[in-house]
Design a binder for this molecule. Structure first.
Ligand SMILES: [Zn+2]
Length: 193
C-alpha cells in the first residue's frame, strides 16, 4: 500500500541538488552521449534551476520518500487530500530529480542499447527536465500501471483534468506537444501563477 501524501519520518534526508556548475557538467556529459548541442532550442525546453529547499511529500509506489520544492509540496498535499475526499487516490511515482540523477538515467539507457533519439522521445535531457525544478511529479493510481498512457482512462486522470488547475498543477506534455516529448498523462507540474 502506498503512503503518498502522508508526511514520512523526520529523519529522511533530502536528495542532493545540482548548482549551476554541476548542472553544466551534467549537460556536457549528456552531449558526449549524443544529446544535440541545440537540444534546448529545437525542443523549446529551458534549462531548469534546482530548488534551494525540498519538502518531503510522502513515499512513492516503491516506498521511497519523494520531494518537491516547498510551495509545490504544499499544493500537492492539498490536492492529494482533496482527491481522497472524492475517493480518488493519487500515488506518486517520481517527483524531484537532479540533473546528475537524470544523467544517470540517460547513461543506463544508452548502456542498454537505446538510441539517443529513442531516449529523448520519452526522457528530457539532463538539465532540461521539469523534475529538476521540484515542481513536477509523475502520478499513478491503484489498478493502473505506472507511466503508461492507459492512465488517461483512470478516474484519477479525469479528476486531475477537472480539479488540478485549482491547485496550479498542469499537464505538461499533451498529445503532439511542441517539445517532441511523448504524451505523458501522468506528468503534472505546479506553476507559481
Ligand atoms: Zn515526469
Amino acid at each position: 500500500m502506498t503512503r503518498a501524501g502522508r508526511v514520512p519520518v523526520a529523519d529522511a534526508t533530502a536528495p542532493a541538488r545540482c548548482d549551476a556548475a554541476q548542472r553544466a557538467l551534467a549537460v556536457a556529459a549528456a552531449r558526449e552521449l549524443g544529446v544535440p548541442r541545440d537540444y534546448g532550442r529545437t525542443r523549446a525546453l529551458r534549462l531548469q534551476r534546482e530548488p534551494r529547499a525540498l519538502t518531503p511529500i510522502g513515499t512513492d509506489v516503491h516506498g521511497r520518500v519523494q520531494w518537491l520544492e516547498p510551495r509545490a509540496a504544499r499544493a500537492f498535499l492539498r490536492m492529494h487530500a482533496s482527491a481522497l475526499d472524492d475517493g480518488v487516490v493519487l500515488d506518486v511515482v517520481s517527483a524531484f530529480r537532479s540533473a546528475s540523477y537524470q544523467l544517470g538515467i540517460l547513461q543506463r539507457k544508452r548502456e542498454r542499447g537505446e538510441s539517443i533519439e529513442q531516449i529523448l522521445a520519452v526522457s528530457a535531457a539532463p538539465g532540461y527536465s521539469e523534475h529538476h525544478s521540484g515542481r513536477a511529479l509523475d502520478l499513478t493510481t491503484p489498478g493502473y500501471p505506472a507511466l503508461e498512457e492507459a492512465f488517461e482512462h483512470s478516474p484519477a486522470f479525469a479528476w486531475l483534468m477537472r480539479e488540478a488547475g485549482r491547485f496550479r498543477f498542469h499537464l505538461s506534455y499533451a498529445r503532439d506537444n511542441r517539445h517532441g516529448i511523448a504524451y505523458e498523462p501522468w506528468h503534472w507540474c505546479w506553476r507559481s501563477r
